[in-house]
Design a protein around this ligand. Structure first.
Ligand code: XIL
Length: 366
């Protein structure tokens, strides 16, 4: 659709327009660019769901046709007390999706992180089972007609592919995963159901993920897709593992999605996205407060380009690519795994302007 040359010309025009209006109207749209290939999603926070900033709303609705709540549907927030659910912002999210023609992916029903604090006081199998059943039935049931899909289970695997030790595994045994899919299907029969994880493109974890999926399928419960979160690092995106994963997961009859894509540019000493893992703050870990050096910007653009090229190669298998945030200022990677950093992992910068990575991705479709 856009040659590199015309993309550059458009980019200059936009920078100028952006400087005067604060928002560029004429930038290419990701969702339109890839409309015949896969859905393009983003993660939304409270301010975005509540449309507090019109320029942000405009950017979201012009660029994305799918969205995942960054936090508001996690159990700690949607189910804060044993008998209390808080549907205020999740309902607004659903209304936002309807108003702007954006499909909502619910995130997430069963996850060991961001659990309500009352769970810590529960020490019996019966009570955990009751929480599990009620939570899925109530939350999935409420949105059965107005969301597109659920990340039913999130991050149930260790890096070696074995099942992660969680409150659910401890009390309910390994059958809890298939049971979560069965209960969600019962509560929301028309909603697509996914398993979601990070590093599940890595061979050992992928093997565990395949085993997990096969067990859900063997139980008779429905599973429609697998999400590879895609929290990767600049210059170290595991393209070969990603391609093998697309092929192997899709061979199980599943849709493959990249559900939380971001490419981080700052140093850290581990891989993955375990939200409980943190590093102490230190100035050497925050080198780009004044801006991203050109060579890193170029590498970021090259990585995004190669990734989207791979997604396009397998567009018959890849159904959605979701970026974990709208612009660099929103990214959780400014606060994790080190607090207070200046990170640059997404396609739009802190002023909602498209980055070189945006143009290299859009230029793949001429
Ligand atoms: C992150 C959010 O972006 C943060 O705002 C929150 O503080 C912690 O969780 N894997 C997931 C997401 O499945 O839900 C996580 O989101 C990032 C890692």
């Amino acid at each position: 659709m856009f040659s590199k040359k015309s993309a550059k010309a458009v980019s200059t025009a936009i920078l100028m327009a952006g400087a005067t209006t604060g928002f560029a109207q004429s930038i290419p749209s990701l969702k339109d660019t890839f409309k015949n290939d896969f859905g393009i999603g983003t993660a939304l926070n409270n301010g975005q769901i509540e449309e507090r900033d019109p320029a942000m709303t405009q950017l979201i609705v012009s660029q994305f046709n799918m969205a995942t709540p960054e936090n508001v549907m996690k159990s700690a927030l949607i189910h804060p007390k044993w008998d209390t659910y808080d549907f205020v912002v999740p309902d607004k999210l659903v209304a936002f999706g309807k108003k702007h023609n954006i499909k909502i992916n619910g995130h997430t029903l069963v996850w060991h992180s961001q659990l309500p604090s009352f769970i810590r006081g529960i020490h019996s199998k019966d009570s955990i089972q009751t929480f599990f059943n009620d939570h899925i039935k109530t939350v999935a049931g409420r949105y059965k007609d107005n969301i597109f899909s659920w990340d039913v289970v999130n991050e149930a695997l260790n890096e070696d592919g074995t099942l992660r030790k969680t409150v659910f595994l401890d009390y309910l045994g390994e059958g809890y995963i298939a049971e979560a899919f069965r209960l969600t299907q019962q509560a929301a029969p028309n909603v697509e159901l996914y398993y979601n994880d990070y590093n599940n493109e890595q061979p050992a974890k992928r093997a565990g993920c395949i085993e997990l999926i096969k067990k859900v399928q063997a139980s008779g419960a429905r599973i429609d897709g697998v999400g590879i979160q895609g929290h990767w690092h600049v210059g170290r995106v595991p393209f070969k593992d990603i391609e093998e994963s697309i092929l192997q997961y899709s061979a199980l009859g599943l849709k493959v999605m990249f559900t939380e894509l971001d490419i981080e540019v700052l140093p850290r000493n581990f891989q993955g996205a375990d939200v409980s893992q943190r590093m102490a703050s230190n100035p050497s870990l925050n080198p780009y407060t004044a801006g991203l050096p050109d060579e890193v910007q170029k590498q970021l653009a090259a990585d995004y380009e190669a990734l989207f090229k791979l997604f396009l190669k397998h567009k018959d298998k890849v159904t959605r690519v979701t970026l974990w945030g709208v612009n660099d200022a929103n990214s959780w990677l400014n606060g994790w795994p080190v607090r207070g950093r200046t990170n640059y992992p997404l396609l739009f910068d802190r002023n909602n302007q498209p980055k070189p990575a945006f143009y290299s991705v859009v230029a793949l479709k001429k």
